[in-house]
Design a protein around this ligand. Structure first.
Ligand code: ATP
Ligand code: MG
Length: 266
């Protein structure tokens, strides 16, 4: 559940790509405060700056201006050791699950690496136990998959394997950039339910990035609506959906028949 403790906050974050005529302000003066155990959805159409914002939060892109605080302190990423420490707390699921795995490693090694990353000293038996537990959490059979390479898995299996890794690493912050776009509606809800379960068990903070305002409403505590680099509206999911203030939010909602029905019924 969402707590009152702030995990990460951003102040006046801006990211400008290019110069002169080719300048794009991908993220324009965005501020936020995300709490432990909170699920936040960042919603906006293609090109609105969602992934760019996520990359700055992850420390993969340097902000042009503004600052980020993590657990109440200014985030420092200058030294390699600082980045390594920060990235221990953060995991991401990207649009394309293929890019998330080293294609030359078998499933067994990909999972074993999670144990190593945490610096856990476990016996062979305990390692196996942990990997099996992670697989069964996402309804995969370790015995059937451990000897396979990522390219030998289906899109859905690969996404579940990503969640198995999250299960093993239990990060404080998970960023999921359109995690469900590659799978059908049925496995889509299974994946979401798995992530919600993980949040409840670990007090993980989850940032969902999506075009789909209906999905965002279903999973989130808080919504941030982005348009052309700016957050035009934010607040508790119910408030934003039931009483949208900004014309862009109203337009997003009217594009989703289901949310509209729920809104009419309430
Ligand atoms: N590395 C880059 N160099 C130059 N421009 C970039 C770069 N990355 C993103 N942009 C531009 O910044 C803007 C925001 O892109 P971003 O990828 O953040 O959008 P998005 O909201 O994630 O879109 P989508 O929903 O399609 O994934 C776009 O205009 C894009 O062309
Ligand atoms: Mg994107």
């Amino acid at each position: 559940m969402k707590t009152n403790e702030v995990l990460i906050s951003g102040r006046h974050l801006t990211k400008v790509f290019g110069y002169g005529k080719h300048k794009t302000t991908a993220v324009d003066d965005v501020s936020f405060e995300f709490h432990k155990g909170e699920i936040i959805s960042i919603v906006g159409e293609s090109g609105s700056g969602k992934t760019t914002l996520a990359k700055m939060i992850m420390g993969l892109l340097k902000e042009s201006s503004g600052s980020i605080s993590y657990m109440g302190k200014p985030r420092q990423l200058k030294r390699h050791a600082d980045r390594k420490k920060y990235w221990k707390h953060i995991q991401a699921i990207f649009q394309d699950p293929f890019s998330s795995f080293n294609q030359f490693y078998k499933v067994e090694k990909l999972l074993l690496d999670c144990i190593r990353l945490q610096g856990l000293k476990l016996s062979k038996e305990e390692q196996l136990q942990k990997m099996k537990e992670a697989c069964s959490f996402v309804n995969l059979k370790y015995e059937e998959l451990h000897n396979k390479y990522p390219f030998e898995l289906s899109g859905g299996q690969m996404q579940r394997l990503m969640i198995a890794r999250i299960f093993m690493l239990h990060p404080q912050l998970l960023i999921a950039d359109e995690p469900t776009s590659m799978v059908d509606a049925c496995s889509r809800s299974t994946i979401l339910d798995m992530l919600l379960k993980l949040r409840d068990e670990n007090e993980m903070t989850i940032i969902f990035i999506t075009h789909d305002v209906g999905l965002a409403y279903y999973v989130s505590d808080t919504l941030y609506i982005m348009e052309r680099g700016k957050v035009v509206e934010s607040g508790p999911a119910e408030d934003v959906i039931i009483h949208p203030q900004h014309p862009y939010t109203r337009q997003l909602i009217s594009d989703v028949p289901k949310v509209h029905e729920a809104w009419d019924l309430s």
